[in-house]
Design a protein around this ligand. Structure first.
Ligand SMILES: *Cc1c(COP(=O)(O)O)cnc(C)c1O
Length: 357
């Protein structure tokens, strides 16, 4: 981290977490399958720690300005953080956020582990008011898939004099668009399965902390839960991260243009875009059946879940039972890729044409 302090994030994405430049050594850290390690260092068994994860952890830690612990998936990282909510504590979550997060938190609350308050993250007065009562404030901004944005600075300012832990799911923004630890958040979580890996072929997650003791806490959680990353996944995610800035710039430019065009299309009721990132959410006239028809009619844009890949994908989110009720039934989430924007637009247009309007 220290050596990267003055470099631009684009440079850090390329340089952080490299092996030393010694004669004959590979430029990139190799894929490192190992369950057993020779005693004498931090870990003898890979559930307790593995050098296979170090390049990824160093690179993402440097980008976020903190200490990174990789997990087997974003959901595993989220579970490790939720595990630390005190018994009978109070958690604040967005009303509409990543379904896996909400399911886990609601389930734990039902089982009596802690209580939950669900808030509208765009209502800063309500959000800041709730911070005073909370042990953990879970913020996702922008939210998946409704693309609501929270005033992170206001939340962090309100929590600073308190013991409240502010956790930010930074999956949609990535550290290239938002660095929550710098704003005063305590913990950042990521689904590295999305933009960071970027090619729809990896499941990986991460927790990034401000200080080393917190990092140790999450390393212990990872060991206890057995939520250890795969070595191939760690390699691929590091490789993906090397081009994050270039992919993000391109997909974001595409998303801006597609949002502009969608917003003025007569078959689109509204199109939401937070001004950065690669995801657009929108609804078409005639409701959720029309949304199903449109998303099933694309050729270039793949009708599939997830987001953040080089390829454009879209789906009606509520086709999944787990999606929270706060997400509109007809909402289409479009993850914009790095294809030529005119080709994406042409395909979106021909899919909208099936509405016959
Ligand atoms: C996908 C996603 C997750 C879950 O991550 P996995 O890697 O799929 O386990 C968490 N948060 C957000 C915002 C996501 O989009």
């Amino acid at each position: 981290m220290p050596g990267h302090a003055r470099q631009s994030p684009s440079t850090v994405a390329v340089t952080a977490g490299r092996p030393p430049h010694d004669a004959g050594q590979p430029l990139n850290s190799p894929i490192l399958p190992a369950s057993v390690l020779i005693p004498g260092a931090d870990s003898e068994y890979a559930r307790f720690g593995s050098p296979a994860w170090t390049p990824f952890e160093e690179a993402l830690g440097a980008l976020e300005g903190g200490h990174c612990v990789a997990f087997s998936s974003g959901q595993a990282a989220i579970a490790a953080v939720i595990d630390l909510v005190p018994r009978d504590g109070r958690v604040i979550v967005p009303r509409a956020a990543y379904s896996g997060t909400l399911q886990l938190i609601r389930e734990r609350a039902r089982r009596g582990f802690f209580t939950v308050d669900e808030v509208d993250v765009e209502n800063t007065v309500q959000l800041v008011g709730a911070v005073r009562e909370a042990d953990v404030v879970w913020i996702e901004t922008p939210t998946n898939p409704t693309l609501m944005t929270a005033d992170l600075e206001a939340v962090c300012r309100a929590s600073a004099p308190l013991d409240t832990i502010v956790v930010v799911d930074n999956t949609f923004a990535t550290p290239l668009r938002q660095r929550p630890l710098e704003l005063g958040a305590d913990v950042v979580v990521h689904s590295a399965s999305k933009l960071i890996s970027g090619h729809s072929d990896v499941l990986l997650g991460a927790v990034v902390t401000r200080d080393l003791p917190a990092r140790r806490t999450f390393e212990r959680r990872r060991t206890r839960l057995g939520a250890t990353p795969g070595v191939l996944e760690a390699f691929l995610a590091t490789r993906g991260l090397r081009t994050l800035h270039v992919r993000l710039d391109r997909a974001e430019a595409n998303a801006k243009e597609l949002h502009r065009r969608l917003a003025s299309d007569h078959r689109v009721v509204y199109a939401r875009y937070p001004g950065f990132g690669t995801v657009i959410s929108f609804e078409v006239v005639d409701g959720h059946e029309a949304a199903e028809k449109v998303t099933a009619s694309s050729e270039l844009v793949i009708h599939a879940t997830s987001l953040g890949g080089v390829e454009s994908t879209w789906e009606r989110r509520r086709r999944h039972d787990a999606e929270p009720d706060a997400v509109p039934d007809g909402l289409i989430r479009l993850s914009v890729g790095i294809e030529d924007v005119e080709d994406i637009w042409q395909d979106v247009q021909q899919a909208l044409d099936v509405l016959g309007r």
